[in-house]
Design a binder for this molecule. Structure first.
Ligand code: COA
Length: 151
């Protein structure tokens, strides 16, 4: 079965927030609480997209964008393990890229853990380039690589 054929990427709604929080906390090494994520959604809901498997109605991925220091930013992205490597993450990012473009942003930035090889390869596959390192950025002391891409 081609899973991508059954996946719909759409704007997240208030009612998707619980599913997004679950996906975020289950798939991303984070200290973000449900309250932190809900707050981000209140500010930047326009940049929250969700991937839903139409066959079963389950939320299987999300991307959370934001505006930060005048440019577009990726705050979080995750795809459920069994749906990975099938283009779901890329589809979420491409849809968000189009919204950022419509809103006039010129650049997208993000931070990724130095050890997160899958995410690094994912972002590089989408044309993101490493531009700096923030030492000890994460709560557990791990460094972040800052990536960016011109829109
Ligand atoms: C990063 C993540 C969102 C990618 O989602 P995905 O749906 O699997 O991504 P795609 O299928 O669109 O992958 C696109 C390309 O990225 C690269 N890529 C993605 N995952 C990879 C992996 N584990 N190893 C190597 N390359 C990878 C490949 O080039 C891939 O193309 P290919 O499958 O044709 O080789 C997913 O791995 C994930 O949810 N990880 C856990 C959460 C996380 O770390 N989020 C980022 C930090 S906030």
């Amino acid at each position: 079965m081609c899973i991508m054929a059954s996946i719909e990427v759409r704007q997240a709604e208030e009612g998707d927030l619980r599913a997004i929080i679950k996906l975020w906390q289950r798939n991303i090494k984070t200290i973000n609480t449900a309250t932190d994520i809900a707050k981000l959604y209140r500010y930047f809901g326009r940049y929250f997209l969700i991937a839903v498997d139409r066959e079963c109605g389950a939320a299987v991925g999300f991307v959370a964008g934001a505006a930060k220091d005048g440019h577009a930013h990726i705050s979080g992205i995750a795809v459920e393990r069994r749906y990975r490597r099938q283009g779901v993450g890329s589809s979420l990012m491409k849809n968000l890229h189009d919204i950022f473009q419509k809103d006039g942003f010129k650049r997208i930035t993000l931070e990724v853990r130095k050890s997160n090889r899958a995410a690094i390869l994912f972002y590089e596959s989408l044309g993101f380039k490493p531009c700096s390192v923030i030492w000890g950025y994460y709560a557990d002391g791990e460094d972040a690589i800052v990536y960016e891409k011109e829109i």
